[in-house]
Write a protein that binds this ligand. Structure first.
Ligand code: NAD
Length: 317
């Protein structure tokens, strides 16, 4: 249909990108997925390939991006996202945040499209205020190993605001806090997939540091809903989207052991450099502007995610 909204989603074969594809298709949009598969997996979107309202381009967004036809929205989610990935491919991480974002802002300007970029709680670094509000400027070590990701995302925010201010492009910036759910990679090095796959294999769970560092985990359906609302809002300033329900990594590991019904131990390994000690979003702004707050409890979210990880881990055995 000619009046369908057309949306480009970069990072479409990744964890969040693939869920966004599902959401925009459910909203009746025509979705164009783009990914170079550096950390993504075509299995995340193979269910969409037969659809007429979905197309996929295997493309690196740090190279010029050309698309024929009109475009209403761009969702820029391409970027390695877990420490294990961005420590392995640091230059690509910097390039996709910088050059990739520049290319997509140029495309948004050319097409008159609204663009939403995926930023992160990592822009706050190891935060000195708690919980983190959007007004906090962060505490990032630019030359530490994690700096490649944090600074790429900080540059991404800066160039996005510059396109908004100087070219009048309609921009949105979401600061995403830790999110979990089906289609996370088992081996992406983040705490939840590591804990769940270790528990399901009957191995001990590895906690880095003494486990007292905190995180707050948002279920993917909640996050996608917050992002969709932000895109449809008129807010150009960054907005935190995440779940403020904070938990220590030790308690989190205990919950997963209890959920899997196994009796593993927790083993402690040294803390990686610049690992943040505390992370919790202040979502006052998202509540006020988007009328959004998370709905899925951690018990329910973990149950749904465990079902997914069971199929993956069983498939590997
Ligand atoms: P992911 O690794 O599953 O997905 C990222 C996708 O981007 C992959 O499919 C990868 O192949 C693709 N990609 C990377 N570089 C590319 C390039 N140059 N050209 C085209 N495609 C490229 O990660 P994710 O967890 O789905 O994260 C998606 C976005 O959300 C990222 O921008 C990330 O920084 C952001 N984010 C995620 C979280 C989270 O908890 N998952 C938290 C904060 C921010």
């Amino acid at each position: 249909m000619a009046d369908k909204k057309r949306v480009l989603i970069t990072g479409a074969a990744g964890f969040l990108g693939s869920h966004l594809c599902d959401r925009f298709l459910a909203e009746g949009c025509h979705v164009i997925g783009m990914d170079n598969l550096i950390t993504g997996d075509m299995r995340n979107i193979e269910h969409l390939m037969p659809r007429d309202d979905f197309e996929f381009y295997h493309h690196d967004v740090t190279k010029f991006v050309h698309l024929p036809g009109k475009l209403d929205y761009i969702m820029h989610f391409a970027s390695p996202a877990s420490p294990i990935d961005y420590l392995k491919i640091p230059i690509q991480t910097l390039k996709v945040g910088a050059m990739g974002t520049h290319n997509l802002l140029g495309l948004a300007k050319d097409k008159g499209a609204r663009i939403l970029v995926a930023s992160t709680s990592e822009v706050y670094g190891d935060p000195l205020i708690h919980p983190q509000t959007e007004e906090y400027w962060g505490n990032v070590n630019p030359i530490g190993p994690r700096g490649v990701y944090d600074e790429a995302k900080r540059f991404q925010e800066a160039i996005t605001m510059a396109y908004h201010r100087y070219h009048g492009v309609e921009t949105r910036i979401v600061r995403i806090f830790n999110t979990y759910g089906p289609r996370m990679r088992v081996d992406d090095g983040r705490a939840l997939p590591a804990f769940m796959s270790q528990a399901l294999r009957g191995e001990d769970l590895t906690v880095f540091g003494d486990g007292s560092q905190t995180r707050s985990f948002c279920y993917v359906d909640d996050l996608i809903d917050g992002i969709y609302r932000l895109l449809m809002s008129d807010c150009a300033d960054p907005v935190n989207v995440g779940n403020p329900d904070e938990i220590s990594l030790k308690e989190f590991a205990d919950e997963i052991i209890a959920l899997t019904g196994n009796r593993q131990k927790i083993v402690y390994h040294p803390l990686p450099q610049d690992d943040p000690k505390q992370r919790r979003p202040d979502i006052t702004k998202a509540k006020a502007i988007l009328g959004w707050e998370p709905k899925v409890s951690r018990t329910e979210g973990l149950r749904r995610t465990l079902e997914y990880f069971k199929t993956v881990v069983e498939g590997q055995q």
